[in-house]
Design a protein around this ligand. Sequence first.
Ligand code: LER
Ligand code: MN
Length: 272
Amino acid sequence: MSIRSCITISLVEQARGGPFVYWGDWQAAVREAAELGFDAVELFLPGPVFLDPAEVRDVVAAAGLQVAAVGTGAGWLIHRLHLTHHDADVRRRAEEFIRRMIDYGAEFGAPAIIGSMQGRSSPEVPRDEAIRHLKDALARLDRHADTAGVNLLYEPLNRYETDLCCLQSQGAVLIERLGLSRVRLLADLFHMNIEEVSIADALRSAGQHIGHVHFVDSNRRAAGMGHLDYAPIAAALREINFNGYASAEALPLPTSQAAAKATIECFRRVFG
Ligand code: LER
Ligand code: MN
């Protein structure tokens, strides 16, 4: 198993207070992540035209790191777009935003993440209809990702953020029923701690569908700062031969630096 470490950097002001370790000065964050020994960074950007991909590639490569993934949640946070909205034009623009983020990530060979952009049911869109919209969009985005030569990460979220897929098994069913070739599951340990009967069993069952892990603790603080037991989680990831990134999507508490340091120490303890 060659599981690699990664840490999040957010440049989305509207997401302040959210679970991202580094904020603001992304170049300093990349350098600090490299000094601490991380393998990669995950970028949460306002959109696809915010940072020149060539500059990102240079700065990240100079630090000896990779871009592991790019988030798309700004489409929701800034533009109020999502894939299951009652307005067809909003759904169309949500898909277009994700398509452009897929292309942006492809500049680094990195998958885009669909988390909050999946949306949820509403009085106008009952859950079965919302699921239909989600399936249709995922099928088209899967083809787009394939053309761009990258995977696409789909993230089941906890019940307070979506009612579409809250379990890894529900995400796996979507992938299998639709025959998606590029979509992989994002296993966020914070959401899983709320929803799964057993985090380790859920990882084992989803198996090869898992493409990325949000490595975080029960309280959404850095790994090691809550009460998750990582030994069975690491054992399950080893069993399924997971060889992607464990990415710290965690609150910057007590500081970004302390959260980053705690994460890499926990990563080494658990996976080293
Ligand atoms: C994004 O990765 C995530 O975990 C969500 O909670 C964002 O809404
Ligand atoms: Mn997450």
